[in-house]
Design a protein around this ligand. Structure first.
Ligand code: GLN
Length: 615
């Protein structure tokens, strides 16, 4: 047996850089023993101070875990952003905003001070959070807590329990919160029974989560409300943006300004020892370590967040974006015509008017900046009649991008330019979005295949310039490029070997994977050659051969389908071989013709590939 090489063994246990980084944070800060567990809720003082777990959830639903990430602890104030989001969604922004402010207080979390309207400063401090619980109680009555528990469970992607001991402990000792709640009630922020509302609040604070849960909950906030692990849309993007706003300004209480200045990631802490940090469009972090600093924030948790932000330069205000990467190819049909073989007079018209069809191939996300850049590129060249936007490599479109691209389409309509979209399947989400955004516009067409889009635009150009698309017929084998240079008698002999076949529109003539037993010379109609994955290789009209790869390969590599009813002469490969044996000179000529045809195809294919890298 071969010994396993050390590299092979090491590869199996290799770790992604991000996990290694979290490992290092964990190892380094495990020695950090500053701060103390919360004592003001007696049950919390029993927490194991050495516990330390870090979870990080990515927006593609992966969760990195280091240390005690499965140890449950009470969520405490980390419940506040989620209950605020819930209040926004279930009662509406105006109702919520009518009793709770959104200004940072600069005070500790349990401050008894209200703002000048006698409202809580914001939903991240106790006063505001109790007010939120009051609103949910107003809407749901006795079902309020269960409503909250279920909502938080959707954020975490699993059913969350309550720590009854912590709940009872806080309920028995929470006089400061009681004072706050009565103050809210005399100012009509709370309208229901104070103890019923506090009961909801104390219970919500006693919900048990782990660092892993906190990471997923934070990632759901970072992902416009879609839980990246379960895929569920938990809250509206509206509520998410508002929630992250108050986390940014007030999530860390009287340390909030310092926090956003140094770390730059919206976050929320809880006296249970948890911190969740949510970087929009990037990640959610959850940490658990119960020793707290004087603000009530986990000491180690803060260090992890600071280091993560500094090491990977994640401060949310330190961003840039290069809009120019969204166009990967930009050309006219002069450079890259469709794969449809054209008659000489069509070719002439298309050559003279190639500027009429502009193709822009896009990639990645269509955002505000990307679409703006695209629109300026478009305006730089002469006005085309047709613009094809190929969206096959577009992965996302932001709301701003969608709005701006529709504005661009409208502008093009005013200039009588037809917009053709390719690369979006009609069954896809993207197509629905495009439909929505282009509703009422009459200058839009779509083709799934870029080649079909180009072909259609070419046809329109030919028509507009008085040309006709001439589907001529030919029974002459002498017109076939594959047979160029053969003598009349040779052609006659070949013709005698063939059988004339007719095909209905849509009929499959040859199928990929079948034995290649004959080759065909098209006499009338149109056929197209497509790969099994739907990529169209060529559209052929009368006078062209197909299935000729049978001369080289025993198995068909592509499908050939009749576009319109078609007639072709089929010659069995065995018969063709016999002919080549009888006429070696002609046989060699045919193989040379084939080599030339293939090399021309290769040149076309290379041009297409180069187009993608040249811009
Ligand atoms: N339940 C705790 C309280 O009201 C929550 C405080 C916090 O986590 N900062 O005191």
């Amino acid at each position: 047996m071969n010994p396993v090489s050390p590299l092979v063994a090491a590869w199996a246990s290799s770790k992604p850089p991000l996990l290694r980084f979290l490992d290092r944070c964990h190892a380094d800060y495990l020695a950090e023993n500053g701060g103390d567990v919360a004592h003001y809720i007696p049950e919390l003082s029993k927490a194991e101070p050495s516990h330390f777990g870090i979870g990080l959830a990515t927006l593609d639903g992966h969760v990195y875990e280091v240390g005690d990430t499965r140890v449950p602890f009470t969520i405490q104030s980390m419940s506040k952003p989620f209950v605020f989001a819930l209040a926004l969604d279930s009662l509406g922004a105006s109702r919520v905003e009518s009793v709770i402010g959104v200004e940072p207080s600069g005070d500790p979390f349990n401050s008894i001070r209200l703002n000048t309207d006698n409202h809580p400063f914001n939903p991240m401090v106790n006063a505001g959070a109790i007010a939120c619980s009051g609103l949910i109680h107003e809407a749901k009555g006795n079902g309020a807590f269960e409503h909250i528990r279920r909502e938080l469970s959707r954020f975490a992607g699993r059913d969350l329990d309550v720590d009854e001991a912590v709940y009872a402990s806080e309920s028995a000792t929470g006089d400061r919160n009681r004072a706050i709640a009565y103050l809210l009630r005399t100012n009509s922020v709370i309208t229901d029974n104070v103890s019923a509302v506090l009961d909801v609040y104390f219970r919500q604070c006693a919900i048990l989560v782990t660092a892993r849960d906190a990471a997923i909950m934070a990632a759901t906030l970072a992902n416009r409300g879609i839980n990246p692990v379960t895929g569920e849309q938990v809250t509206t993007p509206y509520a998410i943006a508002r929630t992250l706003s108050v986390m940014t300004s007030s999530g860390m209480y009287d340390y909030a300004g310092e926090w956003i200045y140094r770390v730059g990631i919206p976050a929320k802490s809880g006296v249970g020892g948890g911190i969740l940090a949510s970087l929009p469009a990037r990640l959610g972090l959850g940490s658990y370590s119960p020793r707290l600093d004087k603000h009530g924030n986990s000491v180690r948790g803060i260090k992890v967040c600071e280091r993560l932000s500094a090491h990977y330069d994640l401060h949310m205000l330190n961003r840039s974006d290069d809009a120019r990467t969204s166009i990967i190819a930009d050309y006219t049909i002069g450079k890259n015509p469709s794969r449809r073989s054209r008659r000489p007079h069509e070719q002439e018209i298309l050559a003279a008017h190639h500027q009429d069809v502009r193709v822009i191939e896009l990639v990645g996300t269509l955002s505000f900046s990307n679409v703006d850049y695209i629109s300026r590129k478009l305006a730089k060249r002469p006005r085309p009649q047709f613009v094809i936007f190929d969206l096959r490599r577009v992965t996302a479109i932001t709301r701003a991008g969608a709005r701006m691209i529709t504005e661009q389409f409208r502008e093009l309509a005013d200039f009588r330019v037809t917009v053709i979209l390719s690369g979006i399947k009609r069954s896809s989400e993207g197509w629905k979005i495009m439909r929505e955004w282009t509703e009422g516009l009459h200058n839009i067409r779509d083709f799934y295949l870029l080649d079909a889009a180009i072909e259609w635009a070419e046809d329109q150009v030919v028509y507009r310039h008085g040309g006709s698309i001439d589907f001529h017929e030919t029974t002459e084998l002498s017109e076939q490029p594959l047979l160029a240079g053969l003598a009349a008698e040779e052609l006659k002999e070949l013709a005698a070997l063939g059988a004339t076949r007719t095909y209905r529109r849509g009929e499959k003539i040859v199928g990929a994977g079948e034995a290649a037993t004959s080759l065909f010379f098209l006499q009338s109609g149109v056929v197209h050659v497509t790969l099994p994955d739907g990529v169209r290789l060529a559209t052929l009209t009368a006078g062209m051969a197909f299935g000729e790869m049978a001369l080289l390969e025993p198995t068909r590599s592509a499908d050939v389908l009749a576009d319109a009813s078609a007639t072709a002469v089929a010659i069995a490969i065995a018969d063709f071989e016999g002919f080549r044996n009888r006429h070696p000179r002609a046989g060699e000529r045919i193989m040379r013709n084939l080599a030339q045809i293939l090399s021309e195809r290769l040149i076309v294919a290379n041009t297409k590939v180069n187009l993608l890298t040249a811009t």
